[in-house]
Design a protein around this ligand. Sequence first.
Ligand code: CO
Ligand code: ZN
Length: 336
Amino acid sequence: MKDLIRKLVEAWGPSGFEHQVRELIRNEVEGLADEIRVDALGNLICRVGKAKKNGLKIMVAAHMDEIGLMVSHIDRDGFLRFTNIGGLLQNTLFGNRVKFENGVIGTIGVEHGLTNRQRNPSMTGFFVDVSESVESNADIKVGDAAILWRTMDERGSRLIAKSIDNRISCAVSIETMKRLKKSPHEVYFVFTVQEEVGSRGAQVAAYGIEPDLGLAVDVTSTGDVPKTVNMDVELGKGVAIKVMDVKHIVPPEIKKWMVDTAEKHKIPYQLEVLTLGTTDSETMQLARAGVPCGTVSIPTRYVHSVSETVDYNDVLASVDLLTALLSNPVKNAHPV
Ligand code: CO
Ligand code: ZN
């Protein structure tokens, strides 16, 4: 599974420009689904099985986009000014490298360079250098999008990479598709677009699929690094089951179903209460007349940096939980 993770996290696909990563995922899931299609916004929708007696229509959403930036202006000397695509953090920028769709690597500088000691200089003070020589700059235009670029590294059971948010969940979904042998459900594995700019892909995919139940798979923050939010989730302590985030209160029946399943299958789990951020279940729950939703979360340190860090054992626990949830009939997942 690590080879698959590496391929996914090193792929290029900022929100709205997911075509490369979609192609990569499509190649991985070909043969694992009964039907594959791409909808009008670019979501990759993979149906597995047909609902049987006791079966539901379940949508599993893992977003395939990543945060990035877009060129908004090129100055006379050829330096690129940019705006953010999604939750780009200023303190991750200086000295970092970006990658454009055509493969060009840019370097991020900041006005006043080394004399700039501000902790969070404003986004407008940064620029991308794509010079190739004294006379020439690489071929980049206003409107071109880029990602922050870094390859994956391993340290013990830790995996360190860019866009672990949320390619790690794409890997979890694909691995679950491989493992899902017998299910009473009609499962729609959806690799969604534009989560990082407000879960736009999941919204239309859920409208089209009309699921009885939705599950998002995404990363969540942890409370186990110095001076951070009060949060119970730790790296290496198992898959996190969401209870609440900023835009989603998980129905108690869904939370109970997920917790009971984890306990029954002896899968290590933790409860997630996230006070910063949300995910695809935010819009999935509001599709049409409403969809009860839960979220399988992978604990991740340094979210939205190029060194997002997960523990591989948590990733495996996430696959175990998602597979167990989808393999058995769902009792009492609807509010009564
Ligand atoms: Co994110
Ligand atoms: Zn995410």
